[in-house]
Write a protein that binds this ligand. Structure first.
Ligand code: PEP
Ligand code: MN
Length: 345
């Protein structure tokens, strides 16, 4: 259920609503909009419905939210969520570009990639130090050593670091090195892990599970939000279908659907979505054209020698082309949207 406060409701009036919710043992979540404050109430339906809130001073209306996700819903937070990471805002007008290798392989490799992708226009550096490999015999990542190299690359380039966390036990160690916790597709429904990153205030890049519906994905985001961390970035990375020519099927349907249902920013990962470097540029273009708020892509100095996901890694040259195209498409979208608003077509 959400409580919509009247425009101009005072802080005291909002606090009174919060006090009633808390006195009944339920948790309030406040969303401060430009014009109105909204207070979300999480708890069992019966108890929420009994709350004596309607009629309190400053309350405009009380709206039941029938969707299973509440804090992730547009009803709770009508404006797009913006997440400031370093000097860049995720979810704003400029698409976010996160680039880097699938795995951190050595100090030289990650420094080289970081310098190149930064020069070519990336806003953040990706690179896995703990890798969720399908086979236990594949390269599993450098662990904390890899995180140290990522931190060096951040120091060198100023790029914030995005890297995957696979288990709760390493969270406080990783916290020292990481700017954004990536929750991988395989862990999208690892609820203790979602709760643990929800206890931090660090941005979380939540990948869609291999076979997850949009609702399951938003419910996973809800876990993080419900623990008090509002900084969730969704990432569509392809789902499993019957098709075998591509690694996954990049579900671009999800972009407008998620943006209708939720205020959270959503990025596209065409690398895992298609699994082959040749198809990444067109799907990156399509993702941006569909309205995604950015991309995360794998880039490697020598894709043929990569220790993981080389077949889907872009060379620097291909990455440069992708960034250039993203800028061009963004420009077109701005022009088209302005014409729509102005009533032209
Ligand atoms: C990755 O980003 O390298 C990765 C393993 O992604 P996903 O969890 O989407 O498979
Ligand atoms: Mn990968």
């Amino acid at each position: 259920m959400i409580v919509v406060m009247k425009e101009g409701a005072t802080a005291d009036q909002v606090n009174q609503v919060i006090a009633v919710i808390e006195s009944c043992g339920l948790s309030p979540h406040v969303s401060q909009g430009a014009e109105k404050t909204i207070v979300g109430i999480i708890g069992s339906k019966d108890r929420v419905l009994e709350l004596p809130i309607e009629g309190l001073p400053g309350v405009e209306k009380v709206v039941p939210v029938s969707k299973p996700f509440k804090l992730a819903s547009r009803a709770f937070h009508p404006q797009d969520t913006l997440i400031q990471i370093g000097g860049h805002v995720v979810g704003g007008a400029q698409p976010t570009i996160i680039a880097g290798p699938c795995s951190v392989e050595s100090k030289d490799q990650i420094l080289d990639v970081a310098r190149h992708v930064k020069a070519l226009g990336a806003h953040m550096l990706r690179g896995g130090a703990f890798k969720p490999r399908t086979s236990p015999y594949s390269f599993q990542g450098l662990g904390e050593e890899g995180l140290k190299y990522l931190a060096l690359a951040r120091e060198d380039t100023g790029l914030p670091v995005v890297t995957e966390i696979m288990e709760v036990g390493v969270l406080s160690m990783m916290d020292n090195y990481v700017d954004v916790f990536q929750i991988g597709a395989r862990n999208m429904q690892n609820y203790p892990l979602l709760r643990a990153v929800g206890h931090t205030q660090k941005p979380v890049l939540l990948k869609r599970g291999l076979s997850a519906t949009i609702e399951e994905w938003l419910m996973a985001a809800e876990y993080v939000l419900a623990e008090g961390n509002p900084n969730v970035i969704l990432c569509e990375r392809g789902i499993r279908t019957f098709e075998t020519y591509t690694r996954n099927t990049l579900d671009l349907n999800a972009i407008p659907v998620v943006q209708h249902l939720s205020h959270l920013p959503v990025l596209v990962d065409p690398s895992h979505g298609v699994g082959h470097w040749r198809y990444i540029l067109p799907m990156a273009r399509a993702g941006i054209a569909a309205g995604a708020q950015g991309l995360i892509v794998e880039v490697h100095p020598h894709p043929e020698r990569a220790l993981s996901d080389g077949e889907q890694s872009l060379t620097y040259e291909n990455f440069a082309q992708l960034v250039h195209n993203v800028e061009q498409i963004t420009q077109v979208l701005i022009t088209v949207d302005e014409a729509l608003v102005a009533g032209k077509h």
